[in-house]
Write a protein that binds this ligand. Structure first.
Ligand SMILES: [Fe+2]
Ligand SMILES: [Fe+2]
Length: 159
């Protein structure tokens, strides 16, 4: 599979899923926190989730506007998208973000399991987080083991 095919598949499945599900989780976390109004660890989990969400959204933007278009252009012999970004550094940072966001989301999930009182909303929230976590594993695996090595090769071939 070409770089272009892989990243197009990633955007249409995994990135779309995140854009659809993360706002739902924000709403549900807010509602569950409201149901447990005197619980500070849930308030903290809500703040952590919102930080993770912004991190993921910025990460997707960098992939979709810089890294993926650059790899696609290089693959068909074109030139890289002009950017101030150090692409190899950003790639390395992105792998750390894959781990960091996965771990932070697992922590949020555990706090909800431990601290939220049983309710319909809690079940919905946990089910939605689970959908995202499962998809995230497949998404990160494709990027770390296929997209990033291919991108590094394309960059090296250019210089
Ligand atoms: Fe991605
Ligand atoms: Fe990524």
């Amino acid at each position: 599979m070409s770089f272009q095919n892989i990243v197009e598949e990633i955007m249409s499945t995994h990135h779309n899923l995140l854009r659809r599900e993360l706002p739902k989780i924000s709403e549900l976390v807010k509602a569950v926190t409201a149901e447990n109004a005197d619980n500070n660890s849930l308030k903290e989990a809500q703040q952590i989730f919102e930080k993770v969400r912004s991190k993921v959204e910025a990460h997707l933007r960098d992939e979709e506007t810089i890294l993926f278009p650059t790899g696609i252009a290089l693959e068909c012999g074109g030139t890289a998208v002009p950017t101030e970004m150090n692409l190899l550094e950003r790639l390395h940072e992105m792998e750390k973000e894959h781990d960091g966001c996965g771990n932070a989301l697992a922590g949020v999930c555990q706090t909800i399991i431990d601290d939220a009182q049983a309710s319909e909303l809690k079940e919905q929230l946990l089910a939605t987080i689970e959908v995202v976590q499962e998809d995230f594993v497949a998404h990160v695996e494709k990027e770390n083991t296929k997209v990033h090595p291919m991108f590094i090769e394309l960059l090296a071939a250019r210089s």
